[in-house]
Design a protein around this ligand. Structure first.
Ligand code: DMJ
Length: 933
């Protein structure tokens, strides 16, 4: 098949590899593995172990992909808890996150090139046939331009790239005639109307059938888009142009990039998170490397690699300098304001920035890559996954984790760059955690809350597009992949585009763009895409030496960064100003603050943010006073936080046939045993009589030694607790009397005391909303004996417990209905008290809303103690930290000192056994599905 003006890739088999251009050659060098230089440090991993892990990745992929194909296809995504497809319009809307779903079998298209990387050529051939047979790109559905580009256009192009590679090899895909490329082109044309703005920045959404702005289109009134949304098109669009010869795609993508470049904040060289597509004004002026901006930077550097255009490198380097000057505060990466880049805009980081160390490898800046990666790994070790957002002192800020691949991506690139087997061990941990905590009978489920281990009925397509590629490649030797991965560049969705595109159809590259060519000086090329053999010629311990000082950065961090200063602090004190006396409206206090190098930012919601720059203090004594003041503020603030933000707790049903699979999100109480500090409480449940627990129980024999269930209402929570405690209960669960309530829709809260001394209450008390509570009540009706574990975090289920406790006489039908309860309850989630509203967090692409940026104030950690030689006052801060360190240490010791009966989290269940007992679960899910129908 051919077309007028078609380029080399269109209508022909794979072209001969072009002579190396400089960029292609350097890009290939980026991926030269340094394994050969490794001689010491973390123990090397044997070939057998690497193969075993590679096979494990293959098995996991089969589990995810197989379940998608069996239970969800042709739907866009699999819902792994209810084992069915997610069809837009048929499920409750999740807001912006649904804009990725265009009724075009998203997961299948996103998985195409993963199949080839994982050596599943036969399955790839089948998958391509299915795409060609079943996928319709002309649906009346409004989709995100960004997501459709990176996942669908990128998926089709990645599929095409590998299809022509396979065809060239002569065994598979011999029938292939560029059909995927044709689909890509069709889709490309469908996206073009989005660029119909004076700026050239695309609208964020488009209707696949009706385009934009027509009444039927139901879109086109938006005024803003995120920087990544407008700046993450060039790889796919340029590849489409170069494969087909149709220049328009590359031109449009270049124009959008040119506009963003023109609009960068000129003094800081940073870009904001969102921009007005008509005026070019920055709407959100905060700037980081995570949500909303991330892949804009990625595409500048990769566009240079793929297209060989120096102007992209120059732009990237300019931004990179600014990032390293203002945003990078190793090992942290903290958002700042584009106009005042010395001011932090947030006190937390988001999970999307985990791709950045990988990009730094491509840039050749390995040291900060190692540092940030190490910090992220420690956060992961603490929570099993990277929470969507976490604070500068590494507490969970937003507890969700949708199985994002960015950290695996960076791990892969760091391993390629350093050859340090440490990164293989990191990959092994990622695999273990996925199997242990995210794997469910019908796929892998996103974590609703990394702290409790609860799940969400969601398996995003990027999990298949990216996670499995990076994990497989991490453990693969060259011969484990049927083609040379170094001939390709990864898009942001890990789709593969061949580097030979750099020399194909170049004539179109700069038409109609505003950028002018300027000769770059040599410094622009320093270390970009370095040869790792040159980077670490004699020092195989290089990476380890950088990680070593950061070993305890997460566990030993001083609580810092979150300060809530109420406007109503009482006044009166003279300098040195004490935190408790501070008034943000007192001009004298403000003057003192200034002298101490502390600046004050008024947030929109009336609170005040404080940031200290020791170097801006009038003298070193003032700077020291400033540090003391900030430290006091931190203490005040953390006291307030303790009162306001107790994290959720978990009620886990551990008896047969649940065995810990059912985790219910519960609210804590301000009285009674604090489960975060003490061992879990485990016991059988019994309903109290009266059920409201407001008077002496009439059934003490039934609740004695058990966990009593009580209904909310009619008296104080503390009174209920006393009554069940007096009856001999070892714990209590208060169930909401408001029928239908759920932690999905209502914010969790703490049960307050009764205004009196509650020290007499010693048993743990948790609160469940009605939907969650009815799961326990249903279980009692079905099984009578129901045992639960009350804790601050769900424990991994224990196969041995199952063996011990499984009554041999249980019938299959009982198992089934137990699983039905379990399966419905696995969806029970929590509302993260600390997290912002999901709808705003999902604004595109996965960007965080303005309202989220400043719910607390910050002290920049690097400003506090990054330069101990200049700021001698850091000594006193370190001194202050000692106690806190001890506290943290004690806390983590307590966490580890778990009840031997419930030490499930420490056991690793072999895959075979997981598979065996999940076969049973799968049958139960299928039954459930039939019942629902
Ligand atoms: C992916 O779709 C892409 O990597 C994108 O650039 C950012 N987010 C997701 C995965 O988290």
């Amino acid at each position: 098949m051919s077309e007028a003006g078609g380029g080399r890739g269109f209508g022909s088999s794979v072209p001969q590899r072009a002579p190396w251009s400089l960029v292609a050659a350097t890009a290939a060098l980026c991926l030269v593995s340094a394994t050969s230089v490794w001689t010491a440090g973390a123990s090397p991993m044997s070939r057998e172990e690497k193969q075993k892990l590679g096979n494990q990745v293959l098995e996991m992929f089969d589990h995810a992909y197989g379940n998608y194909m069996e239970h969800a296809y042709p739907a866009d995504e699999l819902m792994p808890l209810t084992c069915r497809g997610r069809v837009r319009g048929q499920e409750p809307s999740r807001g912006d996150v649904d804009d990725a779903l265009g009724k075009f079998s998203l997961t299948l298209i996103d998985s195409l090139d993963t199949l080839v990387v994982l050596n599943k050529t036969k399955e790839f051939e089948d998958a391509v046939r299915k795409v060609l047979r079943d996928v319709n790109l002309d649906n009346d559905v409004v989709v995100s331009v960004f997501e459709t580009n990176i996942r669908v256009l990128g998926g089709l192009l990645g599929g095409h790239s590998l299809a022509i590679m396979l065809k060239e090899k002569g065994e598979y895909m011999q029938w292939y005639n560029d059909e995927l490329l044709q689909m890509a082109k069709q889709l490309g044309y469908k996206l073009l109307p989005a660029f119909n703005t004076t700026s050239g920045l695309p609208y964020p959404r488009i209707n696949l059938k009706f385009g934009i702005r027509k009444p039927e289109a139901r879109t086109g009134t938006e005024t803003d888009t995120c920087t990544a949304c407008a700046g993450t098109l060039i790889l796919e669009f340029a590849a489409l142009s170069r494969f087909t010869g149709a220049t328009i795609f590359e031109e449009y993508a270049r124009k959008a990039l040119d506009f963003l470049w023109e609009k960068r904040q000129r003094s800081s060289n940073l870009v904001g998170v969102t921009i007005n597509i008509h005026t070019g004004d920055w709407v959100r002026k905060d700037s980081g490397v995570g949500a909303g901006i991330d892949s804009y930077y990625e595409y500048l550097l990769k566009a240079y690699v793929l297209l060989g255009d120096d102007s992209f490198l120059e732009r990237f380097n300019t931004h990179y300098d600014a990032i390293m000057r203002y945003i990078s505060q190793p090992p942290l990466l903290l958002d700042v304001h584009i106009h005042k880049p010395m001011l932090n805009a947030r006190t937390w980081m988001d999970a999307l920035l985990a791709f950045f160390p990988g990009l730094q490898v491509l840039k050749g800046d390995i040291r900060p890559a190692i540092e940030t990666h190490e910090m992220l790994y420690q956060v992961i070790k603490k929570h099993n996954f990277l929470p969507e957002a976490f604070t500068t002192d590494f507490r969970v800020h937003w507890a969700q984790h949708p199985l994002r691949p960015e950290f695996a991506e960076s791990t892969y690139f760091l391993y390629k760059a350093t050859g340090d087997p440490y990164y293989l061990e990191v990959g092994k941990t990622l695999i273990e955690n996925l199997n242990k905590y995210a794997r469910v009978p019908c796929g892998f489920a996103a974590m609703k809350d990394v702290r409790t281990g609860s799940h969400e009925d969601r398996m995003d397509s990027f999990f298949l597009a990216e996670m499995f590629k990076y994990l497989y490649l991490l453990f693969a030797d060259k011969e484990d992949v049927i083609f040379d991965i170094e001939d390709y560049i990864f898009t942001t969705e890990a789709h593969l585009l061949p580097l030979w595109l750099s020399t194909t159809n170049q004539r179109i590259s700069k038409k109609n763009t505003t950028s002018e060519y300027t000769e770059l000086d040599d410094s622009n090329f320093d270390w970009t895409c370095p040869n790792t053999q040159i980077l670490f010629p004699n020092d195989p311990l290089y990476a380890q030496s950088i990680r070593e000082p950061l070993k305890n950065v997460v566990d030993k961090s001083c609580p810092r960064g979150i300060i809530r200063v109420e406007e109503s602090f009482r006044s009166g004190a003279k300098p040195p100003l004490r935190a408790r006396d501070f008034m943000a409206t007192n001009p004298e206090h403000l003057e003192i603050l200034k002298k101490m190098g502390v600046s004050l930012i008024h947030l929109k919601d009336g609170r005040v943010q404080l940031v200290q720059h020791a170097i801006q203090a009038a003298s070193s004594i003032d700077a020291e006073d400033g540090l003391r003041f900030m430290q006091e503020m931190i203490e005040l603030s953390s006291q307030q936080q303790k009162e306001q933000q107790l994290p959720p707790r978990a009620v886990q049903i551990v008896s047969h046939p649940f065995f810990g699979r059912v985790v219910l999100t519960a609210g804590p109480a301000q009285f009674g045993l604090d489960l975060s500090k003490h061992k879990e409480t485990r016991g059988f449940v019994a309903s109290s009589k009266p059920y409201n627990g407001c008077s002496e129980l009439t059934n003490p024999e039934a609740v004695m030694g058990k966990i009593a269930l009580i209904q909310r209402g009619q008296c104080m929570f503390a009174e209920k607790a006393r009554n069940i405690q007096n009856a001999g209960a070892i714990g209590g669960i208060v169930i909401d009397d408001n029928e239908g309530s759920s932690s999905d829709t209502a914010p969790l809260f703490q049960m307050a005391g009764d205004g009196k001394d509650t020290d007499d209450i010693t048993i743990p008390m948790l609160f469940l909303f009605s939907k969650e509570g009815s799961i326990i009540l249903d279980a009692i009706r079905e099984y009578e004996e129901v045992e639960v574990l009350l804790s601050d975090k769900a424990k991994d289920r224990d196969p041995e417990m199952e063996n011990e406790e499984q009554p041999s006489s249980e019938s299959d039908s009982q198992n089934q209905s137990a699983e039905q309860i379990a399966s419905s309850s696995q969806e029970v989630d929590l509302v993260d008290q600390e997290s912002p509203e999901e709808s705003s967090l999902n604004s595109h692409p996965e960007s965080l809303s303005p309202a989220d940026t400043d719910d607390a104030a910050s002290i920049s950690p690097s400003e506090q103690n990054s330069n101990p030689t200049e700021n001698h006052e850091t000594t006193s801060l370190d001194g202050e930290c000692t106690d806190l360190d001890n506290q943290l240490q004690e806390q983590s010791e307590t966490e580890e000192d778990s009840n031997p009966n419930v030490s499930w989290g420490k056991k690793v269940q072999p895959i075979d056994s997981i598979l065996a007992d999940w076969n049973e679960d799968i049958e139960a899910f299928e039954m459930m599905e039939k019942d629902e129908l």
